[in-house]
Write a protein that binds this ligand. Structure first.
Ligand code: FES
Length: 351
């Protein structure tokens, strides 16, 4: 990267002023920005001053731009010295800005730099014939076609030392030159030619409207699907199919978790009382009836069976169940004595 210094005083002009046309142009640029933001026009004005001064920016031009925009001189000097697009020293008729940033460097910019050193000497100096000066700059945004150089306003890409030499010769001689890639690339396509979008019909107009055909085919498919659905609905309306017997209704199923029914079905556990009741349930069900509430005789049988088994019946009853006889109590004991006897009398001492 070159030093960014103003040209020696001996090379600086005594004054600078925009030409009337450029002054009008500058005024138009300044008017693009809102009141108080005129400083935003600093780069276009510096660019125009450089162009008017033969391709480089003298100190007086920098100060004139600062005065025009109402900016301190130092602020405009900072801008001019920051951007390499502004040449601070006189340049040749063809000013070569060679990109030396990594992509270009890795693609051969170093060889180009050596070539320029050999042919023109150190950067920042005008060649003896006044035709060339050169400068290494940072990325110019054409990395895809590296290495490259900007000469005046144009980009020259895919350079080699030989190609650059020929190009400089042609420029110096006033022969026409090819701007852009020097190896025949179109824009930034791959070296060796395009590998994608190679179908000519993409570009000859024959595919125009092809997308519409695809959508039309899809629409036709959708219409056919709708027609088929409509005919199915009509058929269903004219030829209804019989529904299943229980369709749309709650299924009626017999309850099978009642103890009596479990007993009737031979399921376990079955209590003795359930067995007695099962016969009645079976009989009732066989007669076409539903299992209903237990009958009084059933309850009595169940209670008797429960007493025999030492358990209580699960059937509903209207009176309290009989209590078991006290241990050792006689069967002929008076009813009153039996009634008053405790269920679990405490053993007497000495017995
Ligand atoms: S690195 Fe050279 S143009 Fe970007």
């Amino acid at each position: 990267m070159a030093n960014r210094r103003l040209a020696p005083a001996a090379e600086q002009p005594a004054a600078f002023a925009f030409s009337p046309e450029n002054a009008d142009w500058a005024k138009g640029q300044i008017e693009k920005y809102p009141e108080g933001r005129q400083a935003s026009a600093v780069i276009p004005l510096l660019w125009k001053a450089q162009e008017q001064n033969g391709g480089w920016l003298p100190q007086k031009a920098i100060e004139a731009v600062a005065d025009e925009l109402g900016m301190p001189h130092i602020r405009v000097l900072e801008v001019a010295t920051f951007y390499t697009m502004f040449a601070l020293e006189p340049v040749g008729r063809f000013w070569i800005q060679l990109c030396g940033t990594v992509p270009c460097d890795s693609c051969g910019a170093r060889e180009l730099k050596d070539y320029l050193h050999c042919r023109l000497g150190a950067p920042g100096h005008v060649s003896a014939d006044g035709n060339f000066s050169w400068l290494e700059v940072e990325c110019l945004g054409a990395c895809c076609n590296a290495p490259m150089a900007q000469i005046n306003q144009d980009y020259y890409e895919d350079l080699t030392p030989d190609l650059l030499g020929t190009l400089m010769d042609d420029l110096a001689a006033g022969r026409p030159v090819k701007v852009g890639s020097q190896v025949g690339r179109t824009s930034s396509e791959p070296l060796g030619g395009a590998e994608t979008l190679t179908d000519a019909t993409l570009f000859d107009g024959s595919r125009v409207g092809a997308w519409r055909k695809r959508f039309e085919e899809k629409d036709e498919e959708n219409e056919a699907g709708k027609a088929e659905a409509a005919s199915s609905e009509q058929r269903a309306a004219s030829e209804p199919k019989p529904g299943r017997p229980d369709s749309g209704r709650a299924a009626e199923k017999s309850v099978t978790d009642a103890p009596a029914q479990r007993a009737a079905a031979g399921e376990t556990p079955v209590k003795a009382s359930d067995k007695a009741d099962a016969a009645d349930t079976k009989e009732s069900t066989a007669q076409g009836g539903r299992p209903g509430p237990a009958q009084p005789e059933t309850i009595a049988k169940a209670e008797a069976a429960g007493a025999e088994a030492g358990t209580q019946s699960d059937l509903p009853r209207s009176e309290p169940p009989p209590q078991p006889a006290a241990s050792g109590a006689s069967a002929d004991a008076p009813a009153d004595a039996k009634k008053s006897a405790p269920n679990n009398p405490a053993p007497k001492k000495g017995n």
